[in-house]
Design a protein around this ligand. Structure first.
Ligand SMILES: Cc1ncc(COP(=O)(O)O)c(C=O)c1O
Length: 487
């Protein structure tokens, strides 16, 4: 397949990362500015009076589901809401309350929720073939060809069940191909919950702190370096030469936690050079950025070619089983499937991998995203939201920080994500209160009809018209006006 169109990207300007980082550092250097207690009571009152059915369902769910909720991104404070309907930019809970949806399921729905043209294709597939047969379906090929057209570095693609699985596969493929052991990640980055990646999770420098239930050996060859510290990465790679070698460096090209700690524009290019110097593979985790930043992904935007790319979320258009790993033929060949396989085989698979439902959904969602220019439209909405938030922050004289990479919008109020293990005392003292503040911010936004990702991130979609964003900004302003020291 050949392309006649030049890919366009959601990012209009790359944030001035020095300026953003300076503001973020200033934010965590000062005392927290949580919501005033009287106002917080008012927001919590919303849940008591307006979310009665959600509450009842959650109480029942506590009996059968650990913690009463299954999804890590679901809001637990004061209790998770049960959602009944999703359409475009909006969600409705079971009590009939409407919300502007900036969670967008954690990122996959760049077209907006429950996008009808894709849904119709899925229904056609269900009628003709059902969701799964275990045999080859033409849509697997169509999707792999399409992904190759958008991201030429992906000469071959292996579809799997989730981003987590695909990261596991990428690591296994990298080790098989290079014959080396060590995998280096950026401290604080999330690459799913596999044994070897629950390491330096969320908070840089914390190594195995979250590795509960994971034997030490499972992450014995995982290493982390502090965000942006290319010197530290080089030192690790040098040491690794005599410790089994570096099989791969894995990173999110926009910075860990989808750019929560934004990186300089040339960061991934410099990591590419280090990987070449040390004979390691470069794995781009594009689970979030893949197609959200543009059909060419972050690799197209930065013009950097990884050896392996992990995809998720958008790869099945928000439908179940979103995961894939792809890269150069010679690297990907080692995970050939089918009975028998190749001699030097990295074992990957799954009963429901590459099922027709996920493939048809992903294929048509990606085509629709290209046809409608959804990533760029979503990026413009992200710019409008960010500019509006920055103006509110300025007007109210708050230390909070808003910035975006296109349709990934960050609104840091508690600074939780900026804590790290370089300052262990501060971390020990402030982790819990700052986490609580972030939960409260998320609950307050929710009570004013805004669903965010963990109270500090907003994904915009093509459905976010100027009117939607302006309505959202009014709501954000109400909440931000109720923090301590304002008014
Ligand atoms: C960057 C990144 N990598 C990997 C994953 C894991 O993907 P999944 O939730 O599909 O397992 C996520 C999930 O949010 C992610 O954001």
């Amino acid at each position: 397949m050949t392309s006649t169109t030049t890919p366009q990207y959601a990012i209009s300007t790359w944030p001035d990362t020095d300026a953003v980082n300076a503001r973020l550092q200033a934010l965590i250097a000062q005392p927290m500015r949580p919501i005033r207690r009287d106002k917080m009571q008012e927001y919590l009152g919303y849940f008591e009076t307006k979310c009665v059915r959600s509450r009842a369902l959650n109480e029942e769910a506590q009996k059968y589901i650990p913690g009463g909720v299954q999804h890590n991104l679901a809001f637990n404070h004061p209790f998770p809401l049960a959602v009944e309907r999703a359409e475009g930019a909006y969600l409705w809970d079971v009590d009939g309350n409407r919300y502007i949806d900036f969670l967008q399921a954690g990122g996959p729905t760049v077209l907006g929720s429950n996008y009808a043209p894709v849904r119709e294709k899925v229904i056609e597939m269900l009628s003709s073939c059902g969701p799964v047969t275990g045999l080859f379906h033409e849509y697997e090929l169509k999707l792999a060809e399409l992904v190759h057209r958008f991201m030429p570095s992906i000469e071959m693609l292996r579809l799997l069940g989730s981003g987590t699985e695909s990261v596991m596969a990428a690591i296994r493929i990298a080790r098989t191909h290079t014959g080396k052991k060590k995998i280096i990640k950026v401290g604080g980055a999330y690459h799913g919950w596999s044994d070897s990646m629950v390491y330096g999770l969320h908070v840089p420098g914390t190594g195995r702190m979250e590795a509960i239930g994971i034997p030490r050996g499972a992450s014995a060859h995982t290493q982390e370096f502090f965000p942006h510290d290319l010197g530290a990465l080089r030192r690790l790679m040098q040491l690794n030469r005599v410790r089994g070698g570096t099989a791969a460096v894995i990173l999110e090209p926009v910075g860990p936690e989808s750019g929560t700690r934004p990186v300089p524009h040339d960061f991934s290019r410099q990591v590419r050079q280090l990987c070449d110097e040390f004979g390691a593979l470069l794995i781009f985790d594009e689970v979030v950025t893949g197609f959200r930043l543009g059909m060419g992904g972050a690799q197209g935007y930065f013009g950097v070619k990884p050896d392996l790319t992990v995809l998720g979320k958008c790869i099945s258009g928000g439908y179940p089983m979103a995961g894939a790993v792809g890269g150069r033929c010679e690297v990907m060949h080692c995970c050939a499937a089918g009975v028998g396989g190749t001699s030097k085989r990295a074992y990957v698979g799954g009963t429901l991998s590459a099922n027709p439902l996920s493939c048809v959904a992903g294929y048509h969602a990606l085509l629709e995203m290209e046809r409608t220019n959804a990533p760029v439209i979503a990026g413009k909405a992200g710019d409008r939201l960010t500019k509006g938030l920055q103006a509110i922050i300025e007007r109210l004289g708050l230390p909070f920080v808003a910035y975006n990479q296109g349709s990934i919008v960050h609104l840091e109020t508690s600074g939780l994500m900026l804590l790290d293990f370089r300052h262990p005392l501060k971390l020990a003292r402030e982790l819990k209160p700052r986490k609580h503040m972030m939960e409260e911010m998320g609950a307050a936004y929710m009570a004013r009809g805004l669903v965010t990702l963990a109270g500090s991130r907003a994904y915009t979609s093509m459905a976010d018209s100027d009117d939607v964003i302006d309505e959202a900004l009014n709501r954000f302003e109400t909440v931000l006006s109720s923090v301590e020291g304002v008014g």
